[in-house]
Design a binder for this molecule. Structure first.
Ligand code: NAG
Ligand code: NAG
Length: 263
């Protein structure tokens, strides 16, 4: 009976989550906008997603700050976009791919602020100077799956973690085109506890179960949910600041079209 009730609760959670996302999100759409760039890497590295020093190396420095509808209160952290500059004189058609690491207000009049590296990469080789001088260019962009061929889904132990009181982890290298809807942690006896998202990619729990821990992520996929189970445990002797590989890749793709009639 308890198990049945739990399953029911679980499904409600999942469905409510995917419906909420489908209803307010048009991820399938191609958007027309403008983009500019950060003149120094610092605004992005101290970005709202809290990746800290890692932000500079995520996606080899192809990073971006997005307006609130892309940032989605932090749920958009780590999502990827294909951005194409529409100026045919300056830019190659293939555009660039970036990962969201920060948010920005609408004060720039642009949906995306790119790292200078990503901004320049849209231009022909001999036009880097010209695109930088332009500062603000017409673009079109679309959400795409993130690809991490050389990295598994991983967690970084955040500074607020302290045994046995609390464990805060940032999820890194989140592949695919989906979101993390809920996180459960299992101890070595199979007892589970849930984590709570505190901001961006960071989830925490209190207190912390002893011993090695495994993780289960719920991700919305269309109107169903899917689970991603870690294949490598977080060792019992985890340390703040360390990154631990969960031994699994995230590569689901949520189909948002149901809630997105018109682009
Ligand atoms: C967008 O970019 C175009 C072309 O560079 C420019 O003419 C226009 O003023 C920009 N729009 C905004 C809102 O900044
Ligand atoms: C990802 O995890 C698998 C085990 O699940 C492992 O064999 C593989 O080496 C890991 N990949 C990387 C890049 O660490």
């Amino acid at each position: 009976m308890a198990i049945l009730a739990l399953c029911f609760f679980f499904f409600c959670l999942l469905n409510a989550f995917s419906c909420a996302i489908a209803a307010n999100d048009c991820d399938a759409c191609l958007h027309q906008s403008n983009a500019t760039y950060f003149r120094s890497a610092s605004p992005i590295s101290s970005g709202a997603c809290g990746y800290g020093y890692l932000a500079k190396s995520l996606y080899e420095g192809y990073t971006a700050a997005g307006i609130p509808t892309l940032f989605k209160d932090g749920v958009g952290c780590g999502t990827c976009f294909h951005v194409r500059c529409k100026d045919k004189e300056l830019c190659r058609r293939r555009g660039t791919k970036v990962v969201l690491t920060d948010k920005h207000g609408s004060d720039f009049g642009t949906d995306l602020v790119l790292s200078d590296r990503a901004f320049i990469s849209m231009a022909y080789k001999d036009k880097a100077r010209d695109i930088l001088d332009r500062r603000n260019i017409d673009i079109e962009y679309k959400r795409i799956p993130c690809e991490y061929t050389n990295q598994n889904l991983s967690i970084r132990i955040e500074a607020s973690s302290k045994k046995p009181d609390s464990l805060a982890v940032a999820f890194l290298y989140q592949g695919g085109k989906t979101e993390i809807g809920a996180v459960s942690v299992f101890d070595q006896f199979g007892r589970s506890r849930t984590m709570v998202r505190i901001y961006g990619p960071v989830w925490d729990m209190s207190p912390v179960p002893e011993g090695p821990l495994s993780f289960r992520l719920l991700v919305p996929l269309g109107f169903d949910g899917s689970m991603v189970n870690s294949k490598k445990d977080l060792p019992a002797d985890w340390k703040v600041g360390e990154i631990y590989d969960l031994g699994v890749q995230m590569n689901g793709i949520t189909d948002y079209r149901d809630g997105c009639g018109t682009c």
